[in-house]
Write a new protein. Structure first.
Length: 379
């Protein structure tokens, strides 16, 4: 049986609508369950609290946020039966009911925040704050929620105070240092931002995974510190005085540090797109700077390893292949390598000019081979 175009279009439309309705239904159901705290009306027994928390923590680490939230809510429901503080075992470690309630409320607030339910996140955080208002994690999460409103200077100032309070209590809190650095960075206070990015890096030597972040703080801080250094470099382009040797040394240092930080980040998280993109950009700038040096000292040969690193990071970076081809052909006199580079360029971006260069180099190499054979015959 054959479908005509109209019936096929109708079938596709129906499938698309059905898929959209299924997704919307899932989101609404998840929202209802999480906001209500549980799909079950029966209050769970206190004896199950430890089990609920253990399972919830596992789900949270896996970023299974819906199931994690439901389990944390079940634990909180069970804790409602407690008249006074008691000890409950979680993962074999005795904990007070207050400590468990604090943990569950903080995690639910974090889940709401990740789900972009800011109002619910703040409300649940206040439940945690009633248990222990000055707890480091309470103040850290409050700072994170406040800093989400990037258009309100007053809230950003409050976020800064929260992060500073965390650091005062826990000087090696990597996330607080990192987030404080981000706030200073956004306010163009680059030197202050760099200080806290460095402390965040120092405070996360093991690159611990953070469930709410796409990468460990030690990697994110390296990425942002590299960007801060790049911004500092830009200031030197607009100096209203003559460039000094000290200026050149500082620019070189900032560039080298920026590249090193990104290389370190990639060593821990190979292929991270943001890091690769930033590193390729910096390496392109370095290679071109080498080519622009004084006419007697231009570093064409030194630029080649830089371009090679670029295409190792991104094999489709046609600019690097093209520059290597031009250097080999025009300055290093290696026509075989130039041909290899142009062939790579043509694979990525077929263009008549590139093809003409390939044909010319092939003819030159054939002619050179014939000349060598003639010379050998004459001998």
């Amino acid at each position: 049986m054959l479908f005509n175009a109209k019936s096929l279009f109708s079938l596709r439309s129906w499938l698309i609508y059905a898929e959209i309705l299924a997704v919307v239904g899932f989101i609404l159901l998840a929202s209802f369950y999480i906001r209500q705290g549980s799909a079950e009306s029966e209050q769970p027994p206190l004896s199950e609290v430890g089990n609920f928390i253990e399972q919830a923590d596992t789900r949270f680490a896996q970023q299974d946020l819906i199931d994690a939230a439901l389990l944390y809510w079940r634990a909180l429901q069970a804790l409602e039966t407690v008249d006074k503080a008691q000890m409950i075992s979680v993962n074999g470690v005795p904990q007070t009911t207050d400590a468990i309630g604090l943990h569950a409320n903080l995690r639910i607030s974090e889940i709401y925040s990740q789900s972009s339910w800011s109002k619910d996140a703040r409300a649940r955080l206040e439940h945690a704050a009633r248990i222990q208002p000055d707890h480091v994690d309470v103040r850290l999460l409050r700072g994170k929620l406040l800093s989400n409103d990037t258009l309100d200077d007053a809230l950003l100032a409050q976020a800064t105070e929260e992060f500073l309070a965390v650091i005062e209590s826990d000087t090696k809190n990597a996330e607080a240092h990192y987030r404080l650095g981000v706030l200073y960075h956004g306010n163009k206070q680059l030197e202050e931002a760099a200080v806290h990015y460095k402390k965040a890096i120092e405070s996360d030597p093991e690159f611990r995974d953070v469930a709410s972040e796409k990468s460990p703080i030690g990697i994110l801080a390296r990425l942002q510190l590299s960007r801060a250094y790049a911004k500092m470099q830009q200031k030197y382009r607009f100096l209203d005085r003559e460039f000094t040797d000290e200026d050149l040394a500082e620019v070189t240092r900032l560039e080298s540090e920026s590249i090193l930080l990104l290389e370190q980040a990639l060593e821990q998280r190979p292929g991270m797109d943001e890091v690769v993109a930033d590193l390729v950009r910096l390496l392109l700038a370095r290679a071109r700077a080498l080519e622009r040096e004084d006419i007697e000292t231009r570093g064409y040969a030194a630029a080649i390893p830089v371009y090679e690193r670029i295409v190792e990071l991104d094999p489709q970076e046609v600019r690097a292949w093209e520059q290597m081809a031009e250097i080999y052909a025009g300055f290093l006199g290696d026509k075989a390598k130039a041909l290899e580079m142009y062939q790579k360029v043509y694979e990525i971006e077929p263009h008549p000019t590139v093809l003409a260069n390939i044909k010319s180099l092939e003819e030159d190499l054939v002619a050179e081979e014939e000349d060598l054979e003639t010379a050998d015959d004459l001998e």
